[in-house]
Design a protein around this ligand. Structure first.
Ligand code: ZN
Length: 136
C-alpha cells in the first residue's frame, strides 16, 4: 500500500470523525475510512443513542459499502479522539467490529490507525487483532 493512499485514508477518517454529531454519550468520536479493491472509499463515524443500539464507525463504513454491493476490501483506517481534543489517538476496532469485519475480509486485511501526539502510524493485519475468529 503506498504511503500517499494510507495518508489519504487517515485524513478521510479524521475528516468524518470531525463532523460527528452522534457521539454525545461517550464524547469520543471515531472515524473510519474503508478502501475497496476498486479504490472506492466508504467512511463512517460512531453513532450513539440512548438505547444500547450504538454503532461503531467501522461497521457504519462496512454497512454503507456492503449495502451498495461492494464486497471486496483492502484495508481500513480508524482514528479517534475526545470531542474536546485536537489530536487523534491510536484507536483500534472493538472486539465486535473485529469479528464483524472478519466475516467480510481476508485474514491479511489491514487496519491502520494514527496517533497525532506520537506522530506515528500503526499497522495491523486482522489476523493479528483477531487470531481465532468465530466461523460457522
Ligand atoms: Zn466497534
Amino acid at each position: 500500500m503506498n504511503k500517499e493512499l494510507i495518508n489519504r485514508l487517515i485524513e478521510e477518517a479524521k475528516e468524518i470523525a470531525s463532523r460527528n454529531f452522534c457521539c454525545t454519550h461517550s464524547n469520543f468520536t471515531v472515524g473510519a475510512a474503508l478502501l475497496t479493491n476498486e479504490g472506492k472509499i466508504y467512511k463512517g463515524f460512531n453513532i450513539e443513542n440512548d438505547g444500547i443500539q450504538s454503532i461503531c464507525a467501522e461497521r457504519v463504513a462496512f454497512a454503507k459499502a456492503l449495502s451498495e454491493d461492494n464486497q471486496k476490501f483492502t484495508c481500513i483506517a480508524v482514528v479517534g479522539k475526545k470531542l474536546t481534543a485536537k489530536e487523534f489517538k491510536k484507536t483500534l476496532p472493538c472486539g465486535y467490529c473485529r469479528q464483524f469485519m472478519s466475516e467480510y475480509v481476508d485474514k491479511d486485511f489491514i487496519i491502520y490507525t494514527y496517533d497525532d501526539i506520537e506522530n506515528k502510524l500503526y499497522t495491523y493485519s486482522l489476523n493479528e487483532l483477531l487470531p481465532e475468529s468465530f466461523n460457522l
